[in-house]
Design a protein around this ligand. Structure first.
Ligand SMILES: Nc1ncnc2c1ncn2[C@@H]1O[C@H](COP(=O)(O)OP(=O)(O)OP(=O)(O)O)[C@@H](O)[C@H]1O
Ligand SMILES: [Mg+2]
Length: 212
């Protein structure tokens, strides 16, 4: 489903990824790991065409992403949900509106929005906070809003960038359980983290990008 083949990435002639090779199959749950600055975020961003490889191929469902036309990028981003390391929630929109935004940009409105957003907010146990604003929520709650926003379009793939970054162990486990429950229903998951405890608990395949 996902294939990185001989991927190199440099910023200002400084290579951060050298000959990165891996594949991810449909339905898999994998960890992307490596120390801070290793290129985990960059690796995930290449899959939603926010970054391009300097050399090599990044493929999703057989299509080489750097070749994707600008007009096809929104279709790609409907198939791949992205949980950003810094959440990127809109502070002046409610929890409900933040999650609904992902559907509105796809041209979905009305009752379907209410149904789908309500369902996903219940799944992440945030329905009672739907009318609150992000800054009045705890870090773990904001993280769950970001996950709900990524999952509301029922994407084929979830990319979660350090989704337990600043959370305590108990809250981290709740977040991982939520992500795992979607993986059990068929969503392919790539989770970037440098947290060794999380990886040890996860019992999933690990791709260490520093060993590429
Ligand atoms: N747009 C950019 N321009 C220049 N350098 C960049 C850019 N984006 C990332 N980098 C550099 O590339 C390297 C890898 O960054 P990246 O964010 O992918 O690392 P990371 O593994 O996600 O780190 P962390 O664990 O801290 O989130 C860093 O040294 C960073 O400074
Ligand atoms: Mg990162």
């Amino acid at each position: 489903m996902i294939e990185f083949s001989h991927v190199y990435k440099s910023y200002n002639k400084n290579y951060i990824l050298r000959d990165l090779n891996f594949t991810v199959n449909k339905g898999e749950f994998i960890f992307i790991t490596g120390p801070s600055g290793a290129g985990k975020t960059t690796t995930l961003k290449m899959l939603i065409a926010l970054e391009k490889p300097t050399h090599g191929a990044v493929k999703f469902l057989g299509t080489e992403l750097p070749d994707l036309k600008q007009r096809d990028i929104p279709f790609l981003r409907r198939k791949i949900g992205f949980v950003f390391q810094d959440f990127k929630l809109l502070p002046n929109r409610t929890v409900f509106q933040n999650v609904a935004l992902g559907l509105e940009v796809s041209g979905i409105f009305g009752d379907i929005i209410i149904k789908n957003v309500s369902e996903i907010l219940k799944a992440v146990e945030l329905y009672t906070k739907k009318d609150e604003f992000p800054l009045s929520l705890s870090g773990g709650e904001q993280q769950r809003v970001a996950i709900a926003r990524a999952l509301v379009q029922n994407p084929q793939v979830l990319l979660a960038d350090e989704p337990t970054g600043n959370l305590d162990e108990e809250t981290s486990l709740i977040i991982i359980d939520i992500i795992k429950s979607f993986n059990n229903k068929g969503t392919t998951v790539m989770l970037a983290t440098h947290d060794k405890n999380l990886i040890n608990m996860g019992r999933a395949r690990v791709i260490d990008i520093t060993k590429s």
